[in-house]
Design a protein around this ligand. Structure first.
Ligand SMILES: [Zn+2]
Length: 267
């Protein structure tokens, strides 16, 4: 599951990695917190009309990559706040889709370069994503009312943070996916205008790949929240219902796997 602020954030960011994971059999869901309704600088266009255009462009970009699902939360563009309401919305999506990996934006990235300040929506959504992934989505008592929607706690195995390569520790080889990534970005016609984004995308991805055995890369900071050993013990299953936890506690045994599956203190 990828969680971002605006249409085109994923295509500038991690779309190459998503294409690769899909070709390896992954199912991917994009969650867009806003639909980019102030992202078209044309006052003759209403924000509603802009939203419609940008969602269509995002759907087309997702289709290029082969993404199975795109969710729009439709917060007002440019006004996103990392509050409990947004955290709960993201926890709902995580508990519903049950991703093994969540890819998010970096809330600590403010000054990306000498001529760009990271968008406040990117920072707010990045913070909300991290807060939703850990610990909220995995705690059965938190947002327990979501059980009424049939949604139980879910622990995400790994968090991938896309920070424009600034704090990357893991590099994904997207050389074979570069054409797809460029084609997906070009679907955002309203944002490209006459500008051809291809040279810049190739330059960025080429710089991230420098010194590695790849031509083009995307870089991430990766936080492993469920260890490989614990993940293997669960056989990949990663869902914890309140009933399982209560039953296990009553019997004095741990739920399938290990101590990871009992409620943890809020840190
Ligand atoms: Zn953006």
């Amino acid at each position: 599951m990828v969680i971002v602020a605006h249409p085109d954030d994923i295509e500038f960011g991690c779309a190459g990695t998503m294409a690769r994971w899909i070709q390896q059999g992954a199912t991917i869901c994009y969650v867009l917190v806003t639909s980019g309704d102030v992202g078209i600088a044309d006052l003759s266009l209403s924000q509603e009309e802009a939203m419609t255009i940008r969602e269509k462009e995002q759907d087309a970009a997702a289709a290029v990559i082969g993404v199975q699902e795109v969710v729009y939360l439709r917060h007002p563009d440019g006004m996103v706040v990392n509050d409990l309401a947004l955290r709960k919305q993201l926890v709902r999506e995580i508990r519903r889709f049950q991703p093994e990996v969540v890819v998010g934006m970096d809330p600590t990235a403010v000054f990306i370069s000498e001529n760009y300040v990271n968008h406040p929506d990117h920072r707010a959504v990045g913070g909300a994503t991290i807060d939703a992934v850990f610990p909220s989505s995995g705690q059965p008592h938190l947002f327990r009312e979501l059980e009424a929607e049939g949604l139980s706690a879910h622990k995400v195995r790994k968090l991938y943070i896309d920070s424009f390569g600034a704090t990357a520790q893991v590099y994904i080889n997207i050389s074979a996916m570069m054409d797809l990534k460029i084609a997906a970005l070009k679907k955002h016609v309203s944002q490209m205008g006459a500008w051809d984004p291809e040279p810049m995308l190739r330059q960025w991805a080429g710089e991230l790949a420098k010194g590695k055995e790849m031509e083009y890369a995307e870089g991430f900071r990766v936080i492993t929240l469920v260890s490989d050993e614990d993940w293997a013990k669960k056989g990949g299953a990663n869902v914890f219902s309140m009933a399982e936890v209560v039953a296990a506690a009553a019997q004095g045994v741990e739920t399938p796997g290990d101590e990871e599956s009992v409620p943890q203190p809020l840190l």
